[in-house]
Design a protein around this ligand. Sequence first.
Ligand code: ZN
Length: 291
Amino acid sequence: MARFDTLVSRLSLRGRVEVLSGLHIGSGRTLAVEESEEPVAKDFLGHPVIPGSGFKGALRNQLEALLRGLDGHSLWSCDPLEAPCPRPPDDFEPGLKDRKKERERHWYRVVRDWDADRLLAGSCTVCRLFGSQWFGSKVSIPDLPVVGGTWTNRNYQHREGTAIERESDTAAEARRVEFEVVPQGTSFDLEILIENPQAEPGSSDADALGLLLIGLDAFRAGWATLGGKRAFGLGRVAVHLDEATVVTADQIISGAAVSPLRGPRLDEFLNQHRVRPTATPSEGTHVPSAS
Ligand SMILES: [Zn+2]
């Protein structure tokens, strides 16, 4: 794999995220009197925005879920919250087997002295692409602004639902909540930047764009959802990819003009990169087809 401090090339994918069933990506509770109790994230003009970090998190979740469904494949995903990689060997500190927290702390002290190559080698496919506590992400996604034409004269919708607040294990209190929704038909501009998207010749590394397409195709096929309030049927989106631009370090330095790939040439380019897992996926999981 190309090291993170070496830029070989950079890929920019541009497209749109279209809201199919209403979208609620919250910005936390508001104190403003005129605001909804649970507003959506907005830019300084008051237009809706999808935070890039939120979209990236949803993509990562999709990829993690799909890779966990693959048995015995070289593509794999850790559980970044419960058991982040690199993982300790089974025989590490057997005396601490029943004291998970302590064992994790001991393991942390071992791993923090590893160099970058060793950390990468011990990390899962998803951490290598999206980053971990040990190294940065190869993928960056700026905030997604609303496409102007799809927002003119549109208003936020307000919906009501019942929230169950659990104060204790025994008492649950139902309460009416009102929340803001970005309506169906609204579109957002998407840009995804990937550093060194191609695996180095001869390396066993997976193609970064190919991996990303596994997650993106799940959105394109309508299996993945974005944002909150999914119990209310919100969050279905369609992702459309319109163009891809690959620039090499040489081209960046020389300022050479690079024209983006669009239409059939874009489809051909994406198909060349799609990862086709050879192992049989577990029952009940979906792997996006190449078509
Ligand atoms: Zn991992």
